[in-house]
Design a protein around this ligand. Structure first.
Ligand code: LIP
Length: 301
């Protein structure tokens, strides 16, 4: 997809930039995401401790985050040794091919730590530089809902699909709602106090204008819920490429749009997602709320 979330017509069904085998990349993403999801569920220690923290004392990494990422890296490198790799739990590795695998080994780590069944493994095949907003696009990806066993998957031009045990794959389509006052909107909050202070100030101004919010705790699952119509829209400040990459494609292939606060490509400062008309209304509301929110140290970000 191009910056701003709109999908161009694919060059031809199943092919993408550089003649990549998009269905094959989707199948690989689905395979390794599903395997890592099984790992984090089946081998979760009875006593799961915090292995380390990152941006704050609540930004935790467990031993299973690292094991999941190690598995993803090993499987992807074995299948496609020339591709690059960027995971949440380590720095990037440039590759010699057009593809970089952008992975979140457990999206919703705090839910996983507490045993709340809303966490996912996100695996995306990206073309371009994922460290530069607007300079990359996901061409294939998968989000495995580890606790529920559902698998969201897509490749560019191939539509978005969800697989659940006992049912045939279902095509995803965003909801038809366009009114903010009727919109159930997902959001989330950062790990640093000054970011949360700003997010609360924005939410204070958004909440009276929508039906309600849901704070699920996994951006990837939030975005897939919008793709399925289980949420009407979503916004959040603080997402990295690994939170966003695979689910962005799922949502775009389901007819949704994902932009930043000014309508350009999404980045750390803001992700706003939903069906086109509702997404634009929510984006405008969040932008107005952000303009009124007290400026915190956040302004220096
Ligand atoms: C999470 C995001 C979620 C956000 C959480 C956290 P992680 O990612 O998916 O949307 O609200 O604060 O950042 O840290 O579990 O990979």
């Amino acid at each position: 997809m191009r910056p701003g979330g709109q999908l161009p017509a694919p060059e031809r069904a199943g092919s993408g930039p550089a003649g990549l085998d998009l269905p094959g990349l989707e199948a690989l993403a689905a395979e390794v995401a599903s395997e890592a999801a099984r790992l984090v569920v089946e081998e979760r220690p009875a006593r799961l401790d915090v292995a380390r923290t990152k941006s704050s004392a609540t930004d935790v990494v467990t031993v299973m985050d690292q094991r999941s990422q190690d598995l993803l890296r090993a499987r992807l490198r074995a299948a496609r040794p020339d591709d690059g790799f960027l995971g949440e739990e380590e720095g990037g590795r440039a590759g010699a091919s057009p593809v970089t695998w952008v992975v979140d080994p457990i999206d919703g780590t705090v839910n996983y730590l507490y045993g709340i069944p809303s966490y996912a493994v996100s695996v995306a095949a990206v073309v371009g530089d994922p460290s530069v907003p607007g300079a990359w696009e996901t061409v294939a990806g998968a989000v495995a809902g580890a606790a529920t066993g559902e698998l969201f998957r897509a490749h560019r031009g191939g539509g978005a699909w969800v697989e659940r045990a006992g049912a045939p794959p279902a095509r995803l389509q965003v909801g038809a709602g366009s009114e903010l006052a009727q919109a159930l909107v997902g959001t989330g909050f950062g790990y640093e106090a000054h970011v949360r202070e700003w997010q609360a100030a924005v939410l204070l101004r958004v909440l009276p204008s929508i039906r309600d919010i849901r704070r699920i705790g996994s951006a990837a699952l939030d975005l897939c819920a919008v793709a399925e119509g289980a949420l009407d829209a979503y916004f959040e400040r603080g997402l990295h490429a690994w939170d966003l990459a695979a689910a962005w494609l799922v949502l775009a292939e389901a007819g949704g749009v994902v932009t930043g606060l000014a309508g350009g490509p999404p980045d750390w400062s803001m992700v706003v997602a939903g069906p086109p008309d509702l997404q634009e209304r929510l984006r405008s509301l969040v932008a107005e709320a952000a303009a009124q929110a007290p400026r915190t140290r956040q302004a220096a970000e």
